[in-house]
Design a protein around this ligand. Structure first.
Ligand SMILES: [Zn+2]
Length: 50
């Protein structure tokens, strides 16, 4: 399964993506999976800013 892309402009996704990079660095595959699941499941209602 491919890694999901973080949504641009979403701080939470960006943080999860960083966490995933760190998990890859540590070869922590369950950490990578956790980050991927959270990115996939992070809800993105219509962005109200601007
Ligand atoms: Zn997000």
């Amino acid at each position: 399964m491919p890694d999901p892309d973080p949504v641009p402009g979403c701080d939470v996704c960006a943080a999860l993506a960083e966490q995933r990079v760190e998990a890859y660095r540590l070869r922590d595959l369950s950490g990578v999976t956790d980050a991927n699941v959270e990115i996939r499941q992070h809800p993105h209602p219509e962005r109200a800013d601007r």
